[in-house]
Ligand binder design. Structure first.
Ligand code: ROI
Length: 148
């Protein structure tokens, strides 16, 4: 089994609903179980400001899916939530980002792990801190607490 942290974000069409059902959808994937979930955090949009506030959360899962197959099934879930890729940095019904996958460092054209923005985004760092220990290490970047 692999330990993976995933960030969820939504700012359209009842964001709380999309984040909560997104977590349920991930838990329903085969050979996958959500073992920790942060509370839901409301945040101002990073990037373009002319969009609604976000609801963000981070979960910890265990899964048998390898990184790219996991990315595929997460994108299926995003699509099921009617995510339309209209504009970059624009509003979305559900965004699922793989943050950390075991202690792997991956630089693939479809997938960079740890997520390259992890240390810059408060809406990820704060919920991640909530579900990890005080000495938690982000692969490649080091102690989580130094970024908060
Ligand atoms: N801003 C916030 N607060 N939360 C997000 O999940 C989020 N996602 C994004 C951009 C547009 C960068 N801004 C965000 O993709």
């Amino acid at each position: 089994m692999n330990t993976v942290f995933i960030a969820l974000g939504s700012n359209l069409d009842n964001p709380v609903y999309h984040v909560e059902t997104g977590i349920r959808d991930i838990n329903n994937l085969p050979e996958t179980e959500v073992i920790k979930k942060s509370s839901l955090h409301k945040s101002k949009p990073v990037g373009p400001q002319n969009q609604p506030d976000y609801i963000n959360a981070v979960i910890k899962i265990i899964t048998n899916h390898e990184p790219l197959p996991l990315l595929d099934v997460l994108q299926d879930i995003e699509n099921k939530h009617h995510r339309k890729r209209v504009e970059r940095w624009g509003p979305r019904t559900l965004d699922l980002d793989i943050l950390i996958y075991n202690d792997l460092i991956i630089n693939h054209e479809r997938l960079v792990i740890p997520h390259p923005e992890i240390i810059n985004r408060e809406f990820v760092l704060i919920p991640l801190k909530e579900i990890t220990n005080y000495d938690f290490i982000i692969p490649k970047y080091g102690k989580l607490l130094q970024y908060i």
